[in-house]
Design a protein around this ligand. Structure first.
Ligand SMILES: Nc1ncnc2c1ncn2[C@@H]1O[C@H](COP(=O)(O)OP(=O)(O)OP(=O)(O)O)[C@@H](O)[C@H]1O
Ligand SMILES: [Mg+2]
Length: 290
């Protein structure tokens, strides 16, 4: 009976979400082990089979660092951004496209899903430009060269729309090129936000390693379950969000301003976090409203 009641509780949500597109960003922490990744993929497949059209974006920072260290190259960061020279860019592409993207696609296959692996380059999905990083030094502004670190110039969602309409699940890596063919390493959170906005997705879902947005980072019980975009922007300005949470929140704000209905930041290492957030009345993470 309990099992049936759980399905019945989900019915209004299934009805509301049927036929809509959701962009899901998988962070390094939702991929720490094959087991965690496989559970996440199965939940995404459940969404797919109740009529939701998922688009997956993945990161892979920790694995890039690990690979670089094994090759004897010391990673360098400026304000959380990886300084990416030509050699590092080769490793970034190898790890993100060659390894992680392919791993996610095969995990879909193994569990009965039709996934297609893409980078931002494919079908001109994401057109990138070099990121210009400025820093104040006294009263002067200096430009720091981060190498092949890029940002989104614009998104052409056409290739995703074609795939989604034909029943495929696109899996996108945050590697993209400019129109001269130079390749760049982009932040996966920001790419997810831009893609969600371009698709006018119903939801943007960010899987991370904390329960959601915390009002006090040292206290896991300080989870904010519901917040408006303007309140979140205020938190960002007040410096209450640090490190990896900053691009995540920027991506959420971009998505909501671009017409996405809701954004969710949830703990990807917790079992069935996506299903708990979407199909139960209470949810488990942070829901952001426009
Ligand atoms: N107010 C806040 N609430 C919650 N987390 C915060 C806050 N401020 C900063 N953070 C940090 O943001 C981190 C999440 O971002 P992080 O970039 O580390 O993970 P990810 O994006 O899920 O994974 P990856 O970058 O590997 O793809 C948390 O582990 C936490 O330390
Ligand atoms: Mg991150």
């Amino acid at each position: 009976m309990e099992k049936v009641e759980a399905i019945v509780e989900a019915l209004p949500f299934i009805k509301e979400f049927h036929g809509s597109c959701m962009v899901i960003k998988i962070g390094g922490h939702a991929m720490v082990s094959e087991d965690v990744l496989e559970k996440t993929i199965r939940d995404i497949l459940l969404l797919y089979f109740v009529g939701i059209k998922p688009v997956v974006i993945h990161g892979g920072g920790p694995e890039i660092t690990e690979k670089m260290e094994r090759l004897g190259i010391k990673p360098k960061f400026v304000d959380g951004l990886r300084v990416t020279d030509k050699e590092t860019m080769e490793i970034v592409e190898m790890v993100l496209d060659g390894k992680i993207n392919s791993k996610i696609v095969t995990t879909f296959i193994k569990n009965g899903g039709k996934a297609v692996g893409l980078s931002g380059k494919d079908g001109l999905l994401v057109v990138a430009k070099k990121k210009v990083k400025k820093k104040k030094e006294g009263d002067r502004e200096i430009i720091i060269d981060l190498g092949y670190v890029g940002e989104t110039e614009y998104v052409n969602p056409e290739i995703l729309q074609i795939l989604i309409e034909k029943g495929f699940i696109p899996v996108v890596s945050p590697v993209a090129a400019d129109l001269e063919g130079n390749c760049y390493n982009l932040n996966a959170d920001l790419v997810a936000g831009n893609i969600a906005a371009a698709l006018k997705a119903k939801k943007l879902i960010m899987l991370t390693d904390v329960p959601g947005i915390l009002s006090d980072l040292s206290d896991k019980a300080s989870l904010i379950t519901r917040i408006r975009a303007d309140e979140l922007e205020q938190m960002l300005k007040e410096g209450k969000l640090r490190g990896g949470m900053v691009p995540k929140v920027e991506a959420v704000l971009t998505a909501l301003r671009g017409g996405v209905e809701r954004a969710h930041i949830i703990d990807g290492s917790r079992e069935h976090s996506i299903l708990l957030e979407l199909f139960t009345r209470k949810g488990i993470g942070t829901m952001v409203e426009p």
